[in-house]
Design a protein around this ligand. Structure first.
Ligand SMILES: [Zn+2]
Length: 421
């Protein structure tokens, strides 16, 4: 009998659109480990990305295994089938040991009235006034409110169960890590809703180890948080309190933790997150996939010459197809087209000017978050270049990998897991 696969307390999702940066990413985790932060890398790639790029799930596993072997990483690591559903998971099953079951599309679709009633009947503890350790004011919910929440989320939870059982049948129980994601939807979940969702996931028999709610505010791709940081901090703390409570109350896995999607570059949230984790002695999973692709573009530009020319070409291509590229990411980007420089203007830029516009340094006046977000969703343009892009990555390897490692270590791992105060 082998032990159930268990995700460590601190983990970070890293993504690598073109499967070339796993080593550069791993070096950032090794540096964090040397400095005293034990953070586990999880390479993730969604079905959406695979489709846009034309890659296969097996390539993610191969790149992760190769990097781990080459660099001698001895701690655990995982490969996450990100944002899968029952109809898209099969290709990921042989090579993933972490599954992010995305049920956002079922939120708000009303469940059967009978099933809703049964759920609320099973959980009288959710109705009325109850205290949760770590939340100042006692939570108060009427039966009608609980029924309303149940009706909003039950179908999504049932779908998570269906997907979980589908994966279990193929891989076996305890052989993989389960995350449930609810983030790609319009309205954030309140801590009270999260509690009900966790109760229902426990009823469904899903040993969920990470859950990705939609938090308050905008989590746009590759740029900082847009919203009320104080409100985020309050809700993040309340979510941690709810998770600790649900683990005890419903027998969910003891290591259950929050997963922060589109977590890269949310610099204004890292200190509040770190404070909350310390307060609750909680773990966290932070997904940072897209930030590495942007570092590739920055590294290409920094190499100047051929690399810079290619970076400009990617931007021009993304600008020409902006509408199509942005469509699948509508809920996670905010681009003002009037703030995007023209392709002609960018063609005249030096390496330094291009890097300054794209690198995420908010205090730099030349930084352009609109351009950065467009490039974020523009990886399809690079994918279409095929070997021309991959050859440029190889030619500019030094500047690319330096940017990838430094960005992950200095701007993500360090502020989240190492900085004090
Ligand atoms: Zn997500």
């Amino acid at each position: 009998m082998t032990k159930n696969m268990t995700l460590e307390k601190y983990s970070m999702g890293v993504g690598d659109r073109f499967a070339h940066q796993a080593g550069a990413q791993l070096r950032a985790f090794m540096q964090a480990a040397r400095e005293g932060a034990d953070v586990i890398p999880v390479w993730n790639k969604s079905n959406r990305e695979h489709q846009i790029i034309g890659s296969t799930p097996a390539s993610v596993r191969a790149a992760a295994d190769a990097a781990v072997k080459a660099l001698g990483w001895t701690r655990p690591y995982h490969v996450d089938a990100d944002h899968i559903r029952v109809d898209t998971v099969d290709g990921f099953i042989p090579c993933s040991d972490f599954f992010t079951i995305d049920v956002a599309d079922w939120i708000g679709k009303p469940a059967e009235a009978e099933a809703v009633k049964a759920l609320v009947d099973r959980h009288p503890e959710l109705v009325g006034r109850h205290a949760i350790a770590g939340i100042e004011a006692p939570v108060e919910t009427t039966r009608a409110e609980v029924e309303q929440m149940a009706s909003k989320y039950l179908l999504a939870v049932q779908e998570a169960g269906r997907t979980y059982r589908h994966i279990t049948q193929a891989k076996g129980e305890g052989r993989f890590i389960t995350e449930v994601s609810l983030d790609e939807t319009d309205s954030p979940q309140t801590p009270t809703e999260l509690l009900l969702i966790l109760a229902a996931l426990a009823d469904e028999g899903i040993p969920v180890q990470t859950i990705a709610p939609k938090f308050t505010g905008r989590f746009n791709k590759g740029v900082d948080y847009v919203g009320d940081v104080a409100q985020f901090e309050k809700e993040f703390n309340a979510d941690l309190a709810v998770i600790a409570h649900a683990v005890k109350q419903y027998g969910l896995p003891a290591n259950l933790k929050l997963s922060v999607h589109s977590g890269s570059d949310k610099f204004s949230l890292y200190r509040p997150i770190r404070r909350a984790l310390a307060r609750f002695q909680a773990g966290v999973h932070v997904k940072t996939a897209g930030t590495t692709w942007l570092e590739e573009v920055i590294g290409l530009a920094e190499a100047d010459g051929l690399g810079l020319a290619l970076a400009k070409e990617i931007y021009a291509g993304a600008l020409a197809q902006a509408e199509e590229l942005c469509r699948p990411y509508a809920t996670v980007i905010d681009i003002d087209p009037r703030r995007l420089p023209s392709a002609e203007a960018v063609n005249g830029w030096s390496a330094g000017e291009f890097v300054a516009a794209v690198r995420h340094e908010q205090q730099n006046k030349a930084f352009n978050p609109h351009m950065r977000q467009l490039l974020h969703v523009g990886y399809k343009i690079a994918a279409k270049m095929g070997n021309r892009y991959l050859d440029a990555l190889a030619a500019c390897e030094v500047t690319v990998s330096k940017n990838v490692t430094e960005n992950l270590y200095r701007h993500h791992l360090k502020p989240l897991f190492l900085d004090r105060g």
